[in-house]
Design a protein around this ligand. Structure first.
Ligand code: PLP
Length: 426
């Protein structure tokens, strides 16, 4: 039997250091919300491959759709010889996104490609260059996506100055003392100091920041962003790569707001474990690029499109939107109770929509002093005891839960028990 330490030694010798790893455990097989490692040990999965598995590992319906597609063809390149599943997926997403009027889509492979392409389209449509993002944002690791990302370590450190014409305004986070008013003040400083609004192509925003710490954009700010965009002919891009496909209790997190984006980036749980991303938006903007300017060899791969069509059916047939809300409530109740215990680490700011739940670990109760070391310890204790758990946040002190929405109550409770044990202060 190959062991985890043996594989870890081979990994460290063969794989570049910059590819981080949360656990030293090597996967052997997985089913719904459970994973087994190469040594046969079982884990509850609260990470879902970083928000990719809202429909769980190997959902039978997704597997069947992919198997059937595999029997027919696995690749032609949509730009060379198109296929129906790609078109059908575009048709379905165009109807499902919270954007009124005529909507068009196209598909890529990764979330970073989706954000990059959304920016390219906004630039082509407006003839402008400037892009505004928020601090703490994560939009990917490729050059343009990295420049949109609002966190230096580890995403930007050592990789140069980033691309020009990209600015960040502060993300309001109440318990770290940043308000919506602060964000809006920064917009007006930016428009006076660095770029006229008439030169800005797009504002890009995650409705709930993912890597940044599961902080939600307040409704007041989302409305203000829409107003700034409308007054100045700017494209509003919603990055729903992590929030999409039921995670927040609606199909898309933008449905929690009374404003519409112009363009949306989707990926991760769209295809239940197969690499697929997309850009969806108002046809007038989406059609701005010249034929051939968008796409990619693997974009909208037929296996991934088959998976995505099945994922949309599963979300609908299994009532996963209401299940996300139930799961979120279940987790929050347990966390609230845990936060009142004297024997656990100081937990603050239990938050989240639907099943996109996070909380912060602090050095002391009632103070804004993040504890990233304790957070790392909780993640380590969790996997040692059979739970795959992720941290996040600008101060690396948030624990986030991205359990599959198909997980049973008993598996979720088992995971929560392990997490509570990991939180006990030593
Ligand atoms: C909101 C958001 N945008 C973009 C990305 C980048 O996606 P990928 O890692 O597939 O390039 C991520 C990944 O975590 C994300 O959470």
């Amino acid at each position: 039997m190959t062991t985890n330490p043996e594989l870890l030694a081979r990994r460290n010798a063969a794989v570049a250091r910059g590819v981080g790893h949360v656990t030293p455990i090597f996967a052997d097989r997985a089913e719904n919300a459970e994973v087994w490692d190469v040594e046969g040990k079982r884990y509850v999965d609260f990470a879902g491959g970083i928000g990719v598995l809202n429909t769980g590992h190997r959902h039978p319906r997704v597997m069947k759709a992919v198997m059937e597609q595999m029997e027919r063809f696995t690749h032609t390149c949509f730009q060379v010889m198109p296929y129906e599943s790609y078109v059908e997926l575009a048709e379905r997403l165009n109807k499902l996104v919270p954007i009124t009027g005529t909507v068009k889509s196209f598909f890529l492979t990764t979330g970073a490609e989706a954000t990059e392409n959304a920016v390219k389209i906004a630039r082509a449509a407006t003839g402008r260059q400037g892009i505004i993002a928020l601090t703490g944002a994560f939009h990917g690791r490729t050059s343009l996506a990295m420049s949109l990302t609002g966190k230096v370590i580890p995403y930007r450190k050592g990789f140069g100055p980033g691309l020009p014409q990209i600015w960040h305004v502060p993300m309001p986070i109440a318990h770290y003392g940043v308000t919506v008013e602060d964000t809006l003040k920064h917009f007006s400083f930016l428009f006076r100091a660095d770029i006229e609004p008439s030169q800005v192509a797009a504002v890009i925003v995650e409705p709930v920041q993912g890597e940044g710490g599961f902080y939600e954009v307040p409704a007041e700010l989302m409305r203000a962003l829409r107003r700034i965009c409308d007054e100045n002919g700017i494209v509003l891009i919603a990055d729903e790569v992590q929030t999409g496909f039921g995670r927040t209790g609606r199909l898309f997190a933008m449905e929690h707001y009374d404003v519409e984006p112009d363009v949306m980036c989707v990926a991760k749980s769209l295809a239940g474990g197969f690499p697929l991303s997309g850009v969806v938006g108002r046809a007038s903007i989406m059609d701005a690029a010249e034929p051939g300017g968008l796409g990619g060899t693997y974009g909208g791969n037929p296996l991934a499109c088959a998976a995505a069509l099945a994922v949309l059916d599963v979300i609908d047939n299994e009532g996963l939107l209401s299940r996300a809300n139930e799961i979120g409530e279940r987790i929050k109740v347990r966390l609230e109770a845990c936060s009142r215990r004297n024997d656990v680490m100081p937990i603050a700011a239990i938050r989240g929509r639907g099943a996109m739940i996070a909380f912060d670990i602090m050095r002391s109760r009632g103070a804004a002093d993040p504890d990233p070391e304790a957070t790392r310890l909780v993640v380590k204790r969790a996997y040692e005891n059979g739970l795959i758990l992720l941290s996040c946040g600008i101060y690396a002190n948030a624990i986030r839960i991205l359990v599959p929405l198909t997980a049973s109550d008993s598996v979720i409770d088992e995971g929560l028990r392990i997490m509570e044990t990991a939180l006990v202060a030593t």
